[in-house]
Design a protein around this ligand. Structure first.
Ligand code: PGA
Length: 256
């Protein structure tokens, strides 16, 4: 894992944007895995400002609430169109977001996996992390080999997401999420975490044992992971000084 600690959220998101921009320049038809929530917002703002060519890019989102109408302001469909897709030249037919209203959810999940495979797999997956260590909506104790499927949110996640819905009662219980096995097949995983509420989950994921209790810790088993943190999110890392030194002393050819 490469741990990149930056003084501000904007700086950390800016590095993540540069990593994606480089991929899109090298591979204009890249397949991106995308995330929602408050974390990727500064990343999407930075990407929009870069004026990149998205015309050949294909995207797959990590997750979606089950049963929320697609037009609901808190659906991840709404989120993605509002915060990214409407502002770039992506072809709508290249956008894939799980359908939380599919009549046959397991069949939909299987077809989502097939679509990812048919697109050639995900080149770069953007990830946030929950305060409980979830990636996508793979809550603690998720199988580390799981594929796209239905999950039930933990009370902690529903509490965390109540801020978007106005009340905890309005947060759906069920979601579709790419599985941990699905995420592990992305060729590069780019995890972002900002703010002190993520510090414990980040420290467990990076420096703790690999365990389904902190699903993000499985990324220790992935060959190419970059973790972009602001200082508060890095606040509980024992080796923060080492990670800072490594980043500041990268050979020029390795820099973003
Ligand atoms: P957040 O959520 O970005 O809204 O904090 C992250 C997550 O739940 O993965």
């Amino acid at each position: 894992m490469e741990i990149i600690i930056q003084p501000t959220t904007e700086a950390a998101a800016g590095i993540a944007a540069r990593i994606i921009a480089r991929l899109l320049r090298d591979k204009p038809d890249a397949v991106l895995g995308l995330a929602t929530g408050s974390t990727p917002l500064p990343l999407y703002q930075a990407l929009v400002a870069m004026n990149l060519d998205w015309s050949k890019v294909t995207t797959f989102n990590l997750d979606e609430y089950i049963g929320l109408p697609r037009e609901h302001p808190q659906s991840y469909h709404s989120f993605m169109w509002e915060n990214l897709f409407r502002q770039v030249n992506i072809a709508p037919e290249n956008v894939h977001i799980p359908d939380g209203n599919a009549p046959d959810i397991p069949a939909f999940c299987a077809s989502y996996e097939n679509q990812i495979r048919a697109a050639g797999g995900i080149d770069l997956q953007v990830l946030g992390i929950g305060t409980d260590g979830h990636i996508g909506f793979n809550e603690p104790t998720s199988s580390l080999a799981s594929r796209t499927r239905i999950k039930t949110l933990t009370p902690q996640t529903r509490k965390d997401n109540a801020r978007f819905f106005g009340s905890e009662d309005s947060v759906p219980h069920h979601v579709i999420t790419m599985g941990i096995g699905t995420i592990m097949e992305a060729r590069l995983n780019l995890l972002l975490a900002f703010g002190p509420s993520k510090a414990n989950a980040v420290a467990e994921a990076v420096e703790g044992p690999v365990t389904s209790i902190n699903p993000a810790s499985v990324l220790q088993m992935h060959p190419v992971v970059k973790v972009c943190l602001d200082e508060p999110a890095a606040g509980q890392l024992q080796r923060a000084d080492y990670f800072r030194w490594v980043y500041e002393n990268k050979p020029a050819w390795q820099a973003f």
